[in-house]
Design a protein around this ligand. Structure first.
Ligand code: ADP
Length: 621
């Protein structure tokens, strides 16, 4: 994007430096507020465009002679790429962390102290160490301390999932430099976390900017668990052949097994969890960021701060902890705004495991109560037969209407009235209990309901119970769904190591017929070819998929060229240009630098550095 001299400063920076035509949503108001030295707390979903909210004020303030902005980020491993992206765009930035030699660090410090540096990235423990504070004091005295940006601000909250004690010390920035504006940013939206951030970072005076949490390009699907690995493989093969994606599993063991298995099925999959050697973990992360089409199989240890824009899917093989986690994890898909999938398999064991983890945790009863409430909301989402997005956004306090881009909107699920079946389940549990006080698990319960004469049935004489074989008409899978729902709703509780079933007080209302249960008819796995049918609805931004043959050739050539540049610079490819930008170049096939400059994502520095090369690649293609 070329820049025009009579634009407001912030807009001209957006166009000239980053090559984007217009601000998104609240970005402009946030940028203005900081340029006017206000404090801000920004709540924006992942992919919403938080970085520009502090990068543009940092550049504008630096141009106005206000010196260096300090960006606090918890992720040392990613600072290199973030700084690389800024330098590619012609912005003088650097990071200070333990990976630098003392010589390198000394050079960065000199750049900072001279005020030449626009942005300095540092981890919280660095920012609050006495030596560094003395340097900040000196900058401050000379009027060269411009701005503090505190990224991933939810790390300060014990309610959040990523609590870091080092974040607590950041409150001293305000005490020490009350006149330096601060911006704290997070994608965590719940009220408790927000209140914590305000209190602990002393942001009472800050203006609050809350964006819509909707991610319209992400399609949410939750399928019933039935051979989950095969379901996952089919999902990847049918819909995401060559795409980069993340698969979340709960345990380290499952991460390793799933990655190894996908690998044998011909998918480039890598494991990531906190138990792996740090160097190996780093290598896998680098490959995920730098190569195309790597699938990262990970525990939740992976993902925070990963700003790879072209992750095309996030799959959950296990239920996340709550809706906040689900939304944050799925939000890592489709940051570039083009279509992406959030896909999850979910089954009875997930419900039981999550309930048990809460029950068995050493936390206070009050805390557990909160956790149970959160789990219930997630289970309701998983069992929902109406629009998933309406429920998700509703959870974050946002009203919306049917989205047309989730599984339930696209394929309205059939429902059946499971009230009678539920009563059969409950009375069977009741009979077990009556008949000797013994408790049993799901498998045995379903055997009794379906009239399957196993050794265990014979041993306990359960073929003489009044509930014996009363459910022979329904398949096992359907009984599991009923039981899962009853556990999800809290009418049935599971106990002990063997997950035996017991009735909760509320079961009485179901037994009396006061509660109606409407369940999804168990779904069959999505058929092949589904994607082509679904890809039709108008998309917000064009995916490379709709390039014609010639444009596709140009796109492939541009990608090959980009891969070389990225390798030479030691940076991920998307830092050079994002796929969406390359696709637009391929589609428009610009003939000169002026035309190339008009394409979104082409800033002045990149035009100067790569323009001629790109035109050459396009001309040969
Ligand atoms: P977040 O940190 O909120 O997850 P990012 O700052 O990484 O989001 O931005 C997500 C993507 O959106 C990035 O690829 C970024 O380049 C792009 N983006 C942000 N703001 C704009 C804008 N105004 N116009 C076009 N693209 C934008």
């Amino acid at each position: 994007m070329t820049h025009s001299s009579h634009l407001p400063v912030s807009l001209s920076i957006l166009q000239e430096v980053f090559g984007y035509g217009a601000f998104r949503g609240a970005q402009e108001a946030i940028v203005d507020h900081l340029c006017n030295s206000g404090d801000a707390l920004v709540l924006m979903p992942t992919g919403g465009g938080k970085s520009l909210c502090y990068q543009i004020p940092a550049i504008a303030r630096h141009r106005a002679g206000q010196g260096v902005s300090v960006v606090v980020s918890p992720l040392i491993a990613l600072m290199h790429d973030q700084v690389g992206a800024l330098e590619e765009a012609g912005v003088h930035a650097a990071f200070l962390n333990s990976t630098l030699s003392s010589e390198q660090a000394g050079k960065v410090e000199r750049e900072m102290m001279s005020g030449r540096l626009v942005m300095l990235y540092a981890a919280p423990e660095r920012v609050t160490n006495p030596r560094f504070l003395a340097q900040l004091d000196s900058l401050h005295e000379r009027g060269l301390l411009s701005l503090f940006a505190i990224d991933e601000a939810h790390c300060v909250s014990q309610w959040g999932h990523d609590f870091r004690s080092e974040y607590l010390a950041l409150s001293l920035l305000h005490e020490r430099y009350p006149d330096v504006p601060r911006i704290a940013l997070t994608a965590t939206a719940d009220d408790l976390t927000r209140a914590d951030i305000i209190e602990r970072l002393k942001l009472e005076e800050a203006q609050l900017f809350i964006s819509s949490f909707d991610r319209p390009n992400i399609r949410y699907s939750i399928v019933e668990k039935d051979k989950p690995r095969e379901q996952l493989l089919r999902f990847i093969q049918d819909e995401h052949g060559d795409d980069a994606g993340i698969v979340y599993c709960q345990s380290r063991k499952k991460v390793e097994e799933t990655a190894a298995w996908l690998e044998t099925e011909g998918i480039k999959a890598l494991p990531y969890h906190a138990g792996l050697d740090a160097a190996l973990r780093q290598r896998h992360q680098d490959r995920f960021l730098r190569e195309d089409s790597v699938v990262m199989v990970a525990t939740i240890a992976f993902g925070m701060g990963i700003d790879k824009p072209d992750v095309r899917f996030v799959a959950h093989l296990d239920l996340p902890k709550n809706i906040e986690s689900y939304y944050q994890e799925t939000g890592r898909a489709g940051r570039d705004g083009t279509p992406a999938d959030a896909w999850m398999t979910y089954g009875l064991a997930d419900v039981v495991n999550q309930r048990r983890m809460i029950d068995e945790s050493p936390a206070e009863e009050e805390f557990k109560k909160g956790q149970r409430g959160k789990l219930d909301a997630l289970l309701a989402l998983a069992e929902a037969t109406d629009c998933r997005r309406v429920r998700l956004l509703g959870y974050f306090g946002e009203a919306s209407s049917d989205c047309g881009n989730c599984d339930n909107c696209l394929f309205a699920p059939a429902t059946w009235n499971a009230t009678d079946a539920s009563r059969k389940v409950l009375s069977c549990i009741y009979r077990f209990h009556q008949n000797g006080g013994q408790r049993f698990g799901a498998g045995h319960l379903i055997d009794v309901l379906r009239g399957k004469l196993t050794d265990k049935v014979a041993q306990y004489g359960h073929q003489s119970l009044s509930t014996w074989a009363v459910g022979a008409d329904l398949p096992e899978q359907q009984w599991r769904a009923v039981l899962r729902q009853l556990i999800a709703l809290g009418h049935v509780v599971t106990e002990g190591d063997y997950m035996t079933l017991a009735l909760a007080d509320s079961a009485r209302s179901v037994l009396k017929g006061e509660v109606q249960l409407l369940l999804r008819v168990p779904t069959v796995a999505p058929k092949k070819g589904r994607q082509s049918k679904l890809a039709k609805p108008a998309r917000k931004s064009a995916a490379p998929a709709d390039l014609d043959d010639q444009a596709q050739q140009r796109f492939d050539d541009l990608k090959a060229w980009r891969a070389e540049v990225a390798k030479e610079h030691g940076l991920p490819a998307y830092v050079i240009f994002q796929n969406a930008t390359l696709a637009e170049m391929a589609r428009q096939d610009p003939q000169d630098l002026d035309a190339l400059a008009q394409i979104s994502g082409v800033g002045a520095k990149k035009l100067e550095a790569y323009g001629t090369e790109i035109l050459r690649v396009l001309a040969i293609a």
